[in-house]
Design a protein. Structure first.
Length: 232
């Protein structure tokens, strides 16, 4: 979850920010593999008197030939008010798919997702179909398209070096109460995992360029990050 406190409070109060609200949480899930190539994930989160969150992923993997594989990942997320609806009555849904082709050190992934007329309330336990470094599919009536190219330089003899380029476009209504800036984002990622005496150490460089529609009040920005990780 994306918030924290230095004192105890109920889950309901943590969501609504109302000190009088009380409510616990219950979560459960199921992972089923009816076939070697087929994986089904179903997760349910119930926030008493506030909302419920249902997340479904159906993933099918297959080999196109000896060195090339195909993955189709379809997703659904539904959020609904429950009980006393302490955070208001609503129904938010997201549906989409992620298709990836992988082989010879490269992986090309295409993504498409759409929301209904309510924004996805997060963070509540579901993977958004399109999720870049800064922008994520979550706004009301939003449609997102994305394309990602990963490459592992180990096939060229440079073990531990990998990179990706990730482009996404997020479209929302241009007018009305659900209007918000259309957004284009492109991410660059380069990382290296050391071996030998420095095994466990990795360095990762990330940079995102975000272009938002200024006619709808958007603002362009850049986001750069450096990760130094050591696994003991």
């Amino acid at each position: 979850m994306d918030w924290e406190k230095d004192y105890w409070e109920s889950i309901a109060r943590g969501i609504t920010d109302n000190s009088d609200d009380e409510g616990d949480a219950l979560a459960g899930g199921m992972v089923w593999e009816p076939l070697k190539e087929l994986n089904i994930n179903l997760w349910y989160y119930h926030f008493q008197e506030v909302m419920s969150n249902l997340s479904l992923k159906i993933i099918y993997d297959m080999k196109l030939c000896e060195d090339i594989s195909l993955s189709i990942d379809t997703r659904y997320a539904g959020q609904y008010d429950t009980g006393d609806a302490l955070d208001g009555k609503f129904k938010a849904e997201q549906i989409g798919a992620v298709v990836a082709v992988k082989g010879h050190g490269a992986e090309l992934t295409g993504m498409y997702g759409v929301n209904n007329d309510n924004a996805i309330r997060s963070p509540f336990g579901n993977d958004k179909v399109v999720d870049l470094q800064v922008q994520k599919l979550g706004r009301a009536e939003e449609r997102a398209y994305a394309l990602k190219l990963d490459y592992d330089f180990g096939v060229l003899g440079i073990s531990g070096l990998s990179s990706y380029i990730f482009y996404g476009r997020f479209n929302t209504p241009d007018s009305g109460e659900k209007a918000s800036p259309d957004t284009d984002e492109i991410d660059f990622n380069l990382q290296y995992a050391f071996d030998g005496p420095l095994k466990g150490l990795s360095v990762r460089l990330r940079h995102a360029i975000i272009d938002r529609d200024e006619d709808c009040g958007g603002k362009d920005e850049g986001d750069s990050r450096v990760y130094l990780v050591y696994k003991f």
